[in-house]
Design a protein around this ligand. Structure first.
Ligand SMILES: Nc1ncnc2c1ncn2[C@@H]1O[C@H](COP(=O)(O)OP(=O)(O)OP(=O)(O)O)[C@@H](O)[C@H]1O
Length: 242
């Protein structure tokens, strides 16, 4: 692994029977980068991400995450990353405090570390009034911000976010992205999938998957120049429509 790359992917593929869900993708992500992983529904983003977080073995190709091989060192990958998706987030039937304590324990933090992290997190997110409320009772945007912060409890090198802001309004999404910027500023690498093109504009670099392949990869500025458009939305539409 080159020193500055925390994710290196080389010709990675995943087949389900005869169906090629991920087709020989190659890219790298640098330390501290916010990397947007875009594609239409069914393009293969989640399948690719599952290989990178060590829960699905590739059919062929190579990849390392945080310096660990996805085939042989999946357990080390899991210890060095954070993960958040719409489907896997927090426990609705535990309180804010209980969720932080539970996940802190899963991530191997001591009681002292958990208490300290909980104080910082509650302060940062302004959750003082709701620490003993069930997560189920919180607005979705608060749940997302809390889930993101919980995914960073063990200070992972990389955090993988699979459509983290689905279903909330643009202002709440913008607030979520402020947390992302802060984490990136502190050195955490962000790998994020999204269907919101305003969010694609916030990324350092963006890849766009079409039918299992990466058809474009660059900074939002360069992609807009290359496709002669003013918005990432138009870049996306040009690629997705072929
Ligand atoms: N376990 C599986 N078995 C068979 N096919 C699968 C499996 N998982 C995913 N696929 C197929 O692989 C393709 C890519 O799916 P994937 O979920 O990776 O897409 P995606 O880009 O994440 O889409 P979305 O934006 O809707 O989440 C789809 O056609 C999907 O039906």
């Amino acid at each position: 692994m080159k020193a500055q790359n925390v994710i290196e992917v080389d010709n990675l593929s995943k087949l389900f029977g005869d169906f090629v869900a991920v087709n020989q993708i190659s890219f790298h992500v640098k330390a501290g980068e916010i990397f947007g992983f875009l594609g239409a529904n069914g393009a293969g983003k989640t399948t690719a991400m599952k290989m990178l977080i060590g829960i699905s073995s590739p059919s062929s190709g190579k990849a390392t995450v945080a310096g660990f091989d996805v085939y042989k060192q999946a357990e080390s990958i899991k210890k060095n990353i954070g993960y958040m998706s719409q489907k896997f987030a927090l426990y609705d039937d535990l309180t804010v405090k209980e969720n932080i304590t539970f996940f802190g324990g899963i991530y191997g933090l001591s009681k002292k570390q958990i208490d300290q992290k909980r104080c910082e997190l509650v302060e940062e997110l302004g959750l003082q009034e709701v620490t003993n409320s069930l997560v189920a009772s919180l607005p979705l945007g608060w749940k997302q911000k809390l889930a993101f912060s919980v995914s960073l409890l063990h200070e992972p090198k990389i955090v993988f976010l699979d459509e983290p802001t689905g279903g909330v309004d643009p202002i709440t999404r913008r607030q979520f992205w402020e947390l992302i910027y802060k984490a990136a500023h502190n050195g955490t690498t962000i790998f994020v999938t999204t269907h919101y093109m305003d969010e694609a504009e916030y990324c350092d670099r963006v890849s766009i998957m079409v039918n299992g392949k990466i058809d474009a990869l660059d900074t939002p500025k360069k992609l807009k120049e290359q496709y002669k458009t003013d918005t990432m939305n138009d870049v996306f539409l040009k690629l997705a429509r072929g």
